[in-house]
Design a protein around this ligand. Structure first.
Ligand SMILES: Nc1ncnc2c1ncn2[C@@H]1O[C@H](COP(=O)(O)OP(=O)(O)OP(=O)(O)O)[C@@H](O)[C@H]1O
Ligand SMILES: [Mg+2]
Length: 290
């Protein structure tokens, strides 16, 4: 693998900023254009938004992780600034799953095709000892070929450790596994919990619960936690098929070891997915509706 390196200030001075692609917790993401003679290349620049130590730590961590990861369904890091406050990333022109799901939920076969790609990336990561730590709709991008790319590795870990350890709880409320609120999380199976939340939202159009923070006493989470699934399915007025329901019972288990691994879930999605042609057609349709 070619080593990803720090880029000199001249590289950044030569870029023309076109627009703002996103603003998150840690950073501003900008579309930047590099012109070399007749050649033009677009990048997504993820740069520190505010001078706060925690955000600097997240960006440093993201660089340290992405340097070691290369996969067709993971965003590519081309380089970074010498002070580690700016990442030069592959640009994904079609936004995130947040925008795609806005009009209506996906049929199971389309959602399975999207999740098949997500779980391919995760199988690779987990086998190499990496965990993502913040899987959610807004961290799943669509690239120029209509393929899925995972992004935002600010909370990612290698063998359970971040490049610089922090005190704050990682992840995003509504997606994190329940064990995140206690000690000793199983980071691999926590990722699998978040993957199931993403799949749930894709096929129902709404989250399975708002929060599993014990302080919040979320009524839907209480039903899940207490295994009162019959009441849960009635309450959310779900028309999911039995196979999907069984999958969620397993994936939202408070026992991390009961959740399927990325590889096993990938096999599940493989059996349910539609053709690449149908998937691309559906994405294009939704992009024109936006
Ligand atoms: N490579 C990219 N191409 C296109 N858009 C991108 C790219 N990377 C990020 N974005 C956009 O910017 C948003 C924020 O990026 P990212 O999630 O990496 O930042 P963050 O500050 O860690 O976010 P948050 O804390 O909200 O999760 C994404 O949700 C997406 O909309
Ligand atoms: Mg994000």
């Amino acid at each position: 693998m070619q080593q990803v390196q720090a880029l000199p200030p001249q590289f950044f001075q030569g870029l023309k900023i076109q627009s703002i692609l996103g603003e998150g917790h840690d950073a501003k993401v900008l579309l930047a254009l590099e012109t070399k003679g007749n050649e033009k290349k677009e990048y997504a620049l993820k740069c520190q938004a505010q001078k706060i130590q925690d955000t600097a730590i997240n960006l440093f961590n993201e660089i340290q992780i992405l340097i070691h990861i290369k996969h067709p369904h993971i965003i590519e890091l081309f380089g970074y600034s010498q002070d580690f406050t700016c990442l030069v990333l592959e640009y994904c022109p079609y936004g995130t799953l947040v925008q795609l799901i806005k009009s209506s939920p996906f049929p199971v076969s389309i959602a399975a095709s999207l999740m098949y790609q997500v779980t391919l990336a995760l199988t690779y990561m987990h086998e190499q000892g990496f965990t993502h730590g913040d899987l959610k709709l807004s961290n799943v991008l669509i690239d120029s070929q209509y393929n899925i790319k995972l992004c935002d590795f600010g909370f990612a870990r290698w063998n359970g450790k971040m490049a610089i350890e922090k005190q704050t709880i990682a992840g995003s409320e509504g997606y994190t596994a329940p064990e995140i609120w206690t000690s000793n999380p199983n980071y691999i199976k926590s990722d699998m919990f978040s993957v199931a939340v993403i799949f749930f939202i894709l096929i129902t159009g709404h989250p399975p619960f708002e929060s599993n923070n014990p302080d919040n006493h979320d009524p839907w989470w209480n039903l899940i936690k207490n295994n009162q699934w019959d009441t849960y399915w009635k309450d959310i007025r779900s028309n999911l098929d039995q196979e999907c329901k069984n999958l969620f019972v397993q994936m939202f288990s408070i026992q991390p070891e009961e959740r399927l691994s990325a590889n096993h879930l990938n096999q599940w999605f493989k059996l349910k997915q539609t053709t690449q042609e149908n998937l691309i057609q559906e994405i294009k349709k939704r992009l024109t509706e936006m």
